[in-house]
Write a protein that binds this ligand. Structure first.
Ligand code: HEC
Ligand SMILES: [Cu+2]
Length: 318
């Protein structure tokens, strides 16, 4: 009966940091709310009408009081600013070795794809202790990926990628919510995140069948959509090779000038859906747009393939 938890489990490496900041701010708010309410009540009672108290010569200036009410809140808000900026920075800087899982939100479910190939719906299995980064997008409206036990929440937007990371520190099953009203069955857009011991996780992955990895699936789609026909050294079309492109600066023709753009997920996505928006310098704008032809999950697979090419040093002229 007394099991009435005020907080969800602290199940990620950043959960305790978020809670400490929250409790500090709560304490500051409670202190000032109590002090101000008490002062109001005392003054109201003491100076109520008809009460015989000395009302002559009220103090109009009290420099020390004014300095106090400026300096103390200034110090407190600066502490909150520096502290929360530090926590915010941590929450949005995934470690470089984080495993990357793709997430697609759609009315009204979550589709999750592991790099090893296994995919899930409304359930996410992750290994204990290893950082995980989510690459998220939506197939329709705005959703929001929210795991209270990890103290993470991030909007999931159509037409772009947002990311989120966490490092689970406690095995168990935790709630996953959509935290952005997304239509009739928004309240049913719920799921769970299961944190497993690494060995258990490996066997869970293997139990999914030894299917192709996400990057291999991406390569299959790369051939199926005829990308390979142009991008693998075609004799007919002059198209850039994609080995090593991910993460590198790419020269883009901008009117008469050339500007450099980093080939991140945003760039690759736009290159495929809106090839005319950024044309690589030295090439003709002949690539067709794939807008409406490749679904979000497939697009993420193709991106995984292009990124995997970055890992392989093939030395093809970049
Ligand atoms: C008709 C030939 C052709 C086809 C088919 C084609 N592309 Fe392209 N692609 C190009 C050309 C030419 C460019 C360079 C000019 C530009 O940026 O539009 C390019 C540019 C790109 C870039 C930017 C490369 C860089 O170096 O910055 C990416 C990424 C890309 N294509 C991916 C794809 C994918 C994925 C597919 C299949 C879904 C595909 N392309 C299909 C011709 C093609
Ligand atoms: Cu939703």
């Amino acid at each position: 009966m007394w099991n009435f938890p005020l907080f969800p489990d602290q199940a990620s490496s950043n959960a305790a940091r978020v809670d400490a900041l929250f409790l500090f701010e709560l304490a500051v708010i409670l202190f000032f709310t109590t002090a101000i309410c008490a002062a109001v009540l005392i003054l109201v009672i003491r100076f109520r009408r008809g009460r015989m108290v000395d009302r002559s010569g009220p103090p109009l200036h009290a420099p020390w009081l004014e300095v106090t009410w400026i300096v103390i809140p200034l110090i407190l808000s600066l502490i909150m600013f520096v502290w929360s900026a530090e926590v915010f920075y941590r929450l949005y800087s995934p470690p470089p070795d984080a495993a990357e899982i793709s997430v697609v939100g759609k009315q009204w479910m979550w589709y999750l794809q592991h790099p090893e190939g296994r995919s899930e719906i409304n359930e996410l299995h992750v290994p204990l202790g290893r950082p995980v980064k989510l690459m998220m997008t939506s197939q329709d409206v705005i959703h929001s990926f929210y795991v209270p036990a990890f103290r993470v929440k991030q909007d999931v937007l159509p037409g772009r990628y947002t990311s989120l990371w966490f490092q689970p520190t406690k095995a168990g099953t935790y709630h996953l919510f959509c935290a952005e009203y997304c239509g009739t069955s928004h309240s049913e857009m719920v799921g769970s995140v299961t944190v497993m011991e690494p060995a258990e996780y490996e066997s869970w992955l293997a139990a999914g069948g030894a299917g192709p990895s996400q990057a291999d699936e991406g390569e299959r789609l790369f051939v199926q959509h005829h990308c390979a026909g142009c991008h693998r050294g075609s004799q007919v079309v002059n198209a850039p090779r994609l080995e090593g492109v991910f993460g590198k600066p790419v020269p883009i023709q901008d009117g008469k000038q050339v500007k450099f753009v980093t080939a991140d997920e945003r760039y690759l996505r736009d290159s495929i859906l809106m090839p005319r928006s950024e044309v690589v310098a030295g090439y003709e704008p002949v690539m067709p747009s794939y807008q409406g032809q490749i679904g979000e999950p497939d697009l993420l697979k193709i991106l995984a393939y292009i990124k995997s090419l970055a890992a392989k040093e093939t030395g093809t002229g970049r």
